[in-house]
Design a protein around this ligand. Structure first.
Ligand code: ADP
Ligand code: MN
Ligand code: MN
Ligand code: MN
Length: 355
């Protein structure tokens, strides 16, 4: 009998931004387990803002799993098991935003065959200072840092690269990464990669992003670095951190009707701008100022290759006449399940119901 470890990962009930939690259990599984082979489990919801002490048991329902390249110290096949949180009667817990997306997909959203690609930005901190920043004052102004190279420009590449390798080894649909405009700030992308036979559906890509976030936090422990998903970690003339969301439907990717489908999607997004903004990340108003490659929170706009708009149509998409759009509004601390649910709701007309 071979005993392995499964790290059960879930999102807690902290408001307004859920945080990741996890705990480990021993499992005995076949060589190629399926998700249904992982047992359901429970946890103390009173310690995660998900229950009261008197009725504290919440259920962990495994829904997606990955190999765990981090804890494999003795060369075993350990797993990372992403879970939905359920109430004791089996209904989704109010903090379970994945259930919101599931609901829309089940009501017909699935037929739109949405593909997702998230660009997750984040900032590395040491103590309370962004990595590479002087203890007092500021570094040289923004300009040379984005996609830079060299020790004057780049801070934290070792961790960013390690995260890249770990994501790939765990089976995450990791697309790429780059150093960002503010020193100490980075981005990685999770989602569509133009590789055949890959599941880049909204729910799978959102699952993958949450596990990629968990892996980054987990790795940061080893570097004594803190990972911030704050939308505007440093006030003033410094870029905020976003989660641009690249989105396409079957029709948008269709050579013959793609352009029209993209235009229709944008028209629907325009009508719903205020509703979407409510769910696009905590303290988004600090980031969506109209400065620093963002649009204004109060206005909806779109443009081709324009990085000051709410929605950008990439130049190549405009040239080909079909493809995808980029929603530049979501903040770095947004929940990919909710962003996906809102986008699919906007193109399908299926009602978005926050739990
Ligand atoms: P940017 O130029 O905005 O920095 P990136 O190179 O960081 O763009 O990321 C491109 C993103 O576009 C990736 O997340 C990728 O998954 C996504 N993407 C590309 N094509 C599609 C598509 N057809 N549908 C959805 N997402 C797509
Ligand atoms: Mn990018
Ligand atoms: Mn970026
Ligand atoms: Mn982008």
């Amino acid at each position: 009998m071979k005993v392995n470890f499964a790290e059960y990962i879930w999102i807690d009930g902290i408001n307004p931004t859920g945080a990741l939690r996890s705990k480990t259990r021993a499992v005995v599984l076949s060589e190629n387990p399926r998700i249904t082979d992982f047992p359901t489990w429970s946890f103390d919801g009173s310690s995660t803002n998900q229950a009261t002490g008197a009725d504290s048991d919440c259920i962990l329902q495994p829904i997606n799993f990955f190999s765990d390249p981090i804890s494999d110290t003795n060369n075993t096949n350990n797993y990372l098991v992403l879970c939905e949180v359920l109430n004791s009667d089996g209904s989704p817990h109010i903090s379970n935003k994945r259930a919101v997306l599931r609901d829309i997909l089940e009501k017909g959203g699935k037929d739109f065959e949405a593909w997702l690609g998230f660009e997750q930005e984040y900032t590395m901190f040491k103590k309370n200072i962004p990595l590479g920043w002087p203890e007092h004052g500021f570094p040289a102004p923004q300009g040379p840092y984005y996609c830079g190279v060299g020790s004057e420009q780049i801070f934290g590449r070792e961790l960013a690269n390690k995260h890249r390798d770990i994501c790939i080894n765990s089976g995450i649909v990791y697309y790429g990464m780059n150093a960002e405009v503010m020193p100490g700030q980075w981005e990685y992308q999770i989602g569509y990669r133009d590789f055949t036979k890959e599941d880049v559906s909204a729910i799978n890509v959102s699952d993958h992003l949450w596990v990629a976030r968990w892996l980054l936090h987990r790795l940061s422990e080893e570097y004594n670095i803190h990972i911030s998903h704050d939308n505007k970690p440093i006030k003033g003339d410094w870029n905020g951190a976003g989660m641009h969301t690249n989105f396409s439907t079957k029709d948008m990717r269709n050579k013959d009707i793609g352009r029209k489908a993209i235009e229709e999607a944008i028209a629907n997004l325009k009508i719903r701008h205020v509703d979407h903004i409510k769910y696009y990340g905590d303290r988004l108003e600090e980031r969506l100022t109209g400065q620093h490659e963002t649009s204004s929170l109060n206005e909806f706009s779109y443009g081709i290759a324009n990085r000051g708009c709410s929605i950008r149509i990439p130049r190549i998409v405009e040239q080909k006449g079909y493809g995808y759009l980029e929603d530049r509004r979501p903040g770095a601390n947004a929940d990919p399940y909710l962003i996906s649910a809102l986008l699919i709701s906007a193109v399908s007309g299926i009602e978005f119901k926050a739990l």
